[in-house]
Design a protein around this ligand. Structure first.
Ligand SMILES: [Zn+2]
Length: 214
């Protein structure tokens, strides 16, 4: 697989100047390994306006192909657009294929992979954490993300409606191992070729397993 560059266009959000630009819709890590770091720090999506010189983030759909780890992440920003041919091609090649809907999800999936974890189990942990926050702490979490810093992995959550008071949750390794033991095989059976592994997926998984959403 080769990294692919394409001509595109954007309108500067500062001075409204329309212009053409170059984007990279397909990143092959075996071809351009240096792009991974730029994706992780966000500079990959930067465009500099040729009129006013300001830089801004211009997101676009992306196929991220990590040949060494047989991981394929397809970022489709349009929620209406379902997983399609690209996903199929890599599933057939034996890749782990994921469809993601935001830049944050893309980065999260890469971090989970770097940590040698199964993202399905991480999503189940996030769903469990969501319920704990709600029931034990009366906190309505909007989104929960897996993240990693020098001290290791953790979860970060944001409250619904932009309310203050998001925070961090510890990543409990014991819980992960427990999930692995109980659910890894089931996840294979229930959702063999499912590529959208997110909160809705985890909720459906628990429903299929326990017959209710909680
Ligand atoms: Zn400009």
């Amino acid at each position: 697989m080769k990294t692919i560059k394409e001509k595109d266009s954007f309108v500067c959000s500062y001075c409204r100047y329309p212009q053409s630009c170059e984007i990279i819709p397909v990143v092959s890590l075996s071809d351009t390994p240096e792009l991974k770091e730029k994706i992780m720090d966000g500079t990959f999506f930067d465009q500099v306006c040729e009129n006013c010189g300001k830089a801004e983030t211009v997101l676009h759909d992306l196929a991220y192909i990590d040949e060494e780890n047989k991981l394929c992440l397809i970022m489709r920003l349009d929620e209406e657009e379902e997983a399609g041919e690209e996903e199929e091609v890599y599933l057939d090649l034996g890749y782990t294929v994921r469809t993601v809907r935001s830049y944050e999800q893309l980065v999260e999936k890469i971090m989970i992979r770097d940590y040698q974890m199964d993202d399905r189990l991480v999503e189940l942990m996030k769903a469990a954490s969501y319920m704990i926050l709600k029931q034990a702490h009366k906190i309505d979490a909007d989104e929960i993300f897996f993240s990693v810093d020098d001290d290791g992995p953790y979860f970060v959550f944001f409250q619904k409606g932009g309310k203050q008071g998001g925070g961090r949750l510890p990543f409990m390794k014991g819980m992960y191992e427990d999930m692995e033991e109980r659910f890894a095989k089931k996840a294979d059976i229930f959702f063999k070729s499912e590529t959208e592994i997110d909160f809705a997926w985890a909720a459906e998984f628990f429903q299929k397993t326990y017959g209710s959403k909680s």
